[in-house]
Design a protein around this ligand. Structure first.
Ligand code: ATP
Ligand code: MG
Length: 357
């Protein structure tokens, strides 16, 4: 039976990078004889323009029926004045919650060819390959009660609730252990158990689950130390698993270790293994329509999609190898080019990956 991939280009450079990734997917299907069909739908600002809503019912319906979703990016200045509930970003938040995507995977890989583009010392990041597994549907970003309330003395107070149930902790930790088993075999669980009771439970549940994974080495770290270690000696990590807020912060920090935002893929998975795959960057309105966007983050997201939702790890490896070869040849979009280096367009970069495949 054929597998279904839904393409959601979205806005601005989303509409330039997704077609490049689509070319790569088509080629990999030929090479590996994969029976994958694709269709496209609207999300974000382009959906708002066409239908007055950032996540049309038809898009959600197609998303539910798909095995995997490849998304570009949403939002941009054209939608700054749109009513809050109809903003492009709402479409993305809504589709994530409708599909129950609790597990956010963000690899931070430093391609040796791009070490010069990193903001850190080459010896710190060369060969960096870590995976941050962030819980995406719980924790303080969703906990109730929340709000701003007035106190008896007339002063206002803002409040949120940091809450995780045992089952929420267990499913994200399980995902991290399983992934670590296919990588370096080490998990670092990040919490703040010296201060936050919610994370005392987090630590307990993760420790308990580790007994079912005797081959995985588990370590616990407080988030402040983890932030420090990530900058001081990032290569000590293999898989980092953490809650929503800590994961948000640490994954952005890890991303900056690797140089360009144009190189970073991501996956968000639900319990049935269905997922949304997208670059970590936004819609980059400043460079849209100029052929300057780096399509590699989206192309690498296709690799993640083949590995985690479509059951074709060998095809995923091929795409990652092809990206490495294209970088070896010196092809660079402006975001990863050094001073005076020649650059290629979005389109040329996509074609080069197809040719390398
Ligand atoms: P969001 O809020 O959606 O994360 P943002 O405004 O924080 O968006 P981006 O849209 O990711 O950030 O853009 C940040 C900078 O990175 C911009 O200068 C943009 O041009 C650049 N950038 C982002 N993605 C790419 C890409 N694929 N190729 C080249 N440059 C990119
Ligand atoms: Mg941003």
């Amino acid at each position: 039976m054929s597998q279904k991939v839904l393409l959601l280009p979205g806005d601005y450079i989303g509409q330039e990078i997704v077609p490049e990734a689509e070319k790569v997917l088509a080629r990999i299907c030929e090479l590996y004889d994969l029976d994958i069909t694709t269709e496209s739908a609207l999300i974000g600002g382009s959906a708002y323009d066409a239908e007055g809503y950032p996540l049309p019912a038809s898009t959600l319906e197609k998303a539910r029926a798909a095995d995997a979703i490849l998304l570009g990016a949403v939002g941009g200045p054209a939608y700054d004045n749109v009513e809050r509930d109809l903003r492009p970003e709402k479409g993305l938040l809504r589709i994530r919650s409708e599909l129950g995507l609790f597990g956010n995977l963000r690899p931070a890989i430093m391609y040796p060819q791009l070490v010069d583009a990193s903001s850190l010392k080459p010896e710190l990041v060369a060969g960096l390959d870590i995976l941050i597994v962030r819980e995406l549907t719980g924790g303080i970003y969703f906990g109730q009660p929340r709000g701003i309330r007035e106190l008896d003395n007339g002063e206002r107070e803002g409040f949120n609730t940091y809450v995780y149930s045992e089952s929420e902790i267990r499913r994200i930790a399980k995902l991290a252990f399983e992934l670590a088993g296919k990588r370096g075999g080490r998990v670092c669980s990040v919490d703040k158990a010296n201060v936050l009771e919610a994370t005392v439970l987090w630590r307990e549940v993760v420790t308990e689950l580790a007994e079912s994974y005797p081959d995985i080495e588990l370590e616990h770290m407080y988030v402040d130390n983890a932030a420090m270690q990530l900058v001081r000696a990032p290569k000590q990590f293999d898989v980092i698993v953490t809650g929503n807020m800590f994961g948000d912060i640490l994954s952005d920090a890890a991303a900056m270790l690797t140089g360009s935002i144009g190189m970073l893929p991501s996956a968000s998975l639900n319990e049935s293994g269905q997922g949304i795959y997208e670059p970590c960057h936004g819609s980059a309105p400043d460079i849209a329509g100029q052929g300057k966007a780096n399509p590699l983050a989206t192309i690498l997201s296709v690799a993640m999609m083949l590995r985690y939702s479509l059951g074709s790890p060998a095809a995923a490896d091929s795409i990652e190898i092809a990206v490495g070869q294209v970088l070896d040849k010196g092809l660079r979009t402006p975001d990863i080019a050094g001073a005076g280096e020649a650059v290629v367009t979005t389109n040329e970069m996509g074609d080069a990956v197809v040719a390398a495949l």
